[in-house]
Write a protein that binds this ligand. Structure first.
Ligand code: ACM
Length: 513
């Protein structure tokens, strides 16, 4: 009798648990999905659940393993991964490639949650990955803990159909002004991938440092890798480490775009090899924060073969289709030298089988078809790029630069583009901020973070979070389906998740955390 009573009490606790789960349509998912329809009941993950891959391939198996590893620490469940079409199992999660839903495109997914099964279906592995990231957000925030937690692991039933507005949703880290370790870089990639950002632009060279091993030109790292802003020990990535970052990102549906900033922002190169200077004298290493004082010697043929060697080695390690050539703030390169230089860079990159991306100044050159202009500073450059047939990546500094201070009290970061509070970084519309740049001219959005004043990953987190989450939604969700007043309520609910993850986010007063 006592056992029966205990059982009844336990059952009532577990049903009330299930009943307290919000409806699926009320879940605070970011970025906001295209459509969410609530169903009846809920799904409970248990130690008997399996991750089933009826359309097994190597990429899908990596996504299955990713999901298992994300669910394991908090739940303690070591979910088996089964290459099986068995649909009779109970409380399993199915990852299915179906190639049947053209509306979902390359990155969309359908996530169907029933009382006894979850199915994520997509045309491509990228879509399955995005569905997995949505699924993580449906569990309680405790799911993100690195240690075992007590929870019901119940999520509400229903159907989510989702796909992105823009195919390019980027974030950039400047590892040149301050160097960041491989594990820091991976950490940032992992956090960004939670919000379905899919491009990691890594700013590998600048006046203050050179960060990537080039076998043919070892002084670039032996000399140029030694410095950073403020002095201190810096560093660089070996080719093996760079490849490791690229594959870590690839598992998370993130394409790496390397940037070698040319022909300005090149003091670290000019210090490493005297012959890159017109006077054949190596520059001194630079640890300050001025910009616009350096240039490669554009009149020497040897400069071009050097650059070709460098770009070739980096391209060979980079499966993504883009190479970023910088091109910004080349104030000491004469325009009559800058234009032919950028033209030749586009030829070199095309020969390597990649498309060029450059900061908006490259619009002054003769843009090749399939070169892309990244708008950061001058709207007229970006418009010129569009007039020359290029698509634009929108990174307007006043809305998207995560190194801008939140307000006058922020103790690091810069403010040359103004203060950038959480609302401002969300509440902009890529297709309406520059007259002459319309929806069809835009490839996507990117949130850069420059590190003149930021030297630790904790401080990167503080500047990036929560603003990067908002920019991820700007890229994913069409402007007609989102408002700040509704978004800020969902963002508030991300606070617990960020806390459990240990992210040092800025607790903005604009959000009711
Ligand atoms: C830039 O902020 N100089 C692209």
């Amino acid at each position: 009798m006592r056992i029966l009573l205990l059982l009844m009490i336990l059952m009532s606790i577990s049903t009330s648990y299930a009943n307290t789960v919000d409806k699926l349509a009320e879940m605070p998912i970011i970025p906001k999905p295209f459509s969410v329809v609530s169903g009846n009941g809920s799904f409970k993950l248990s130690d008997k659940s399996e991750i089933c891959l009826p359309t097994y391939n190597i990429e899908v198996s990596k996504i299955g393993a990713f999901l298992r590893e994300k669910l394991r620490p908090a739940t303690g469940f070591m979910l088996p991964i089964v290459e099986s079409a068995d649909k009779n199992g109970k409380n399993n999660i199915y990852l299915v490639l179906s190639h049947t839903n053209s509306v979902l495109g390359d990155e969309g997914y359908q996530l169907t949650i029933g009382p006894s099964r979850i199915e994520i279906s997509a045309n491509k592995p990228a879509g399955l990955f995005n569905g997995v990231q949505t699924l993580r957000q449906l569990f309680s925030a405790k799911i993100e803990a690195s240690t075992h937690q007590v929870d019901s692991w119940v999520i509400p039933a229903g159907v989510i159909r989702d796909f992105p507005e823009y195919s390019y949703r980027g974030f950039m880290l400047d590892v040149a002004r301050h160097f960041f370790s491989v594990s820091d870089v991976k950490h940032y990639i992992d956090l960004a991938s939670m919000y379905k950002l899919n491009v990691f632009h890594i700013h590998l060279s600048d006046d203050q440092g050179w960060r990537i091993e080039i076998k043919k030109w070892p002084e670039l790292t032996a000399t140029g890798g030694k410095s950073q802003v403020g002095g201190g020990s810096a560093g660089f990535y070996t080719q093996e480490q760079y490849r490791d970052i690229v594959s870590y990102a690839a598992i998370r549906n993130i394409t790496v775009i390397p940037e070698i900033d040319l022909p300005g922002h090149t003091n670290a190169m000019l210090a490493s090899y005297a012959q890159l200077n017109c006077d054949n004298k190596a520059k001194k290493l630079y640890t300050g924060t001025e910009v616009g004082f350096s240039t490669l010697c554009t009149s020497k043929e040897s400069t071009y073969s050097f650059i070709e060697d460098v770009l070739k080695e980096i391209s060979a390690m980079t499966p993504g289709g883009y190479f970023h050539i910088g091109g910004d703030e080349s104030h000491v390169t004469k325009l009559e030298d800058y234009i032919p230089f950028v033209n030749r860079m586009q030829g070199i990159v095309a020969k390597l089988g990649k498309h060029v991306i450059g900061w908006d100044e490259i619009a002054l050159s003769d843009l090749k078809p399939n070169s892309f202009v990244q708008y950061w500073g001058k709207a007229e450059n970006a418009v010129l790029g569009v007039q020359k047939g290029a698509k634009v990546i929108m990174s307007p500094a006043m809305y998207a630069y995560l190194d801008m201070k939140y307000d006058s009290l922020t103790t690091f970061g810069l403010n040359w583009a103004g203060y950038l509070d959480v609302q401002k970084s969300y509440d902009w519309i890529p297709e309406s901020i520059v007259p002459g740049i319309k929806r069809e001219n835009i490839l996507g959005v990117e949130a850069p973070i420059w590190t003149e004043s930021i030297s630790t990953m904790k401080n990167i987190e503080y500047m990036a979070f929560p603003r990067i989450i908002g920019i991820a939604e700007v890229g994913w969700c069409s402007s007609s389906r989102r408002t700040w007043s509704e978004y800020k309520l969902r963002l508030a609910k991300q606070g617990d998740r960020l806390k459990v993850l240990g992210v040092n986010y800025y607790p903005s007063k604009q959000i009711a955390w």
